[in-house]
Write a protein that binds this ligand. Sequence first.
Ligand SMILES: C[S@@+](CC[C@H](N)C(=O)[O-])C[C@H]1O[C@@H](n2cnc3c(N)ncnc32)[C@H](O)[C@@H]1O
Length: 452
Amino acid sequence: MIKISIITVFPELYDNFIKTSLIGRAVDDGLVQFNFVKLSDMCQPKERIDEPTVGPGAGMIIKPEVIEKAINLCQEKSGVGFKIFFSPQGEKLNQRVLRKLFNQLVFDKPINSNTDAKDTDPSNFKHIILICSRYEGIDERVEKYYSDLSLSIGDYVLMGGDLPAQVFLECFLRLLPNVVGRSESVENESFQSSFLDHPEYGLPVEWKDQYVPEILRSGNHAEIEKWRKNQACQKTILNRFDWFASNQPTAAEIALALKNIPNHYVVLMHSQVNTKDGNLSGHTSVASIDIHDIARSSATYGIKKYFLVTGLEDQFKIMQQFLEFWHSDVGLNYNASRYKAVERVKPVRSFDEVVKDIEELENAKPLIVTTSAKDHGNGTKIDYNSQGLVWKHNRPVLIVLGTGQGLCEEIMKKSDFILAPVTGMTGYNHLSVRSAAAIILDRWLGLHPITE
Ligand SMILES: C[S@@+](CC[C@H](N)C(=O)[O-])C[C@H]1O[C@@H](n2cnc3c(N)ncnc32)[C@H](O)[C@@H]1O
């Protein structure tokens, strides 16, 4: 049994909440017990629970002694509790945070509590105290003194902590065994793995000219399972690549994601670039370090081919000569890992040749994603969370990098999308193209696991 104490200005907001549906049943089955403390009951008759904030500006804040009394009352009744304050400034709630908290509170895994040593007996934490504030919030000192955890349910400001408390209870209590009917309903849900849930269908088979996929009616359970996994993967990479990338995906999940992410290509332009002398469609010289380093980044992030473009014959010959070494057995024997990276480099004479090459390989025109150090006036701008927007077209993606003073207007006009410039907080962003390439590829295709 989990005891939940709720400290609030408005306990009546929970009247239906604790009686209805699965939470109502959990209460009836004795899995969870609620106790409410109304903050105004902690005051003398006619005494206010709040007072104006100290310092300039309007706003009321709940008095520290009112919260203190409420917490003491809850603990006298049900023992020491794990205290959760709701605040837009708290740790953002998601399934990962929730699962960790659930394991700590319910399965007695070690807990990082700021309460006294004698209070850290895990069995005490089967009592959870939710503190729901209103107005401008709670005196900073009260939260600092009592809080075991401060939770936010998202980046927006509500009028009070009661909806956050109900959101928390809905997702927390459904993890308790026997609250949701079949445990696999909980296990197979979105955010339980690196993938979201697969799509579900019911009857009728045809609805508004849309059909239940035939595979689901085939009776072939193994094939259905495979299809569902793939659908879940597709939904995840299109809608929430950030979740996938942050969730430490398994090797099998990565392999499936790679099948569903369109192939990516990179081109480094040494022609059709703006140059220092004011030429708006000039040329730059090849640098061997850019060939190496961008090839190694390309290998790291799974780029199929890395093209080098120059319209100058002597520069083309230099590129060829350089690559002759790395594309030969001598290069392979000299440094096999470098050979593997540089294997994907191809020098060509024009941007159009790059597009044609990809079209031949893929049977589809690539989407052109250009990059610029400056905010470019025209075109569809995208940020580093826009993978789904690009990938949903199911076409190969060509990331275009410039040299000199950046890509010329003629190339920028070909953009299907323009990636946001890479910036820090200093106003200086004159990165070498190989540094920019590594940052862009990492933001676009990199895994960024959040450690537990
Ligand atoms: C109007 S808000 C106070 C906002 C506070 N002045 C701020 O800007 O951070 C009043 C109370 O609603 C609750 N609340 C509002 N938005 C929330 C959110 N996104 N997550 C959790 N609690 C929230 C908190 O209990 C908060 O103290």
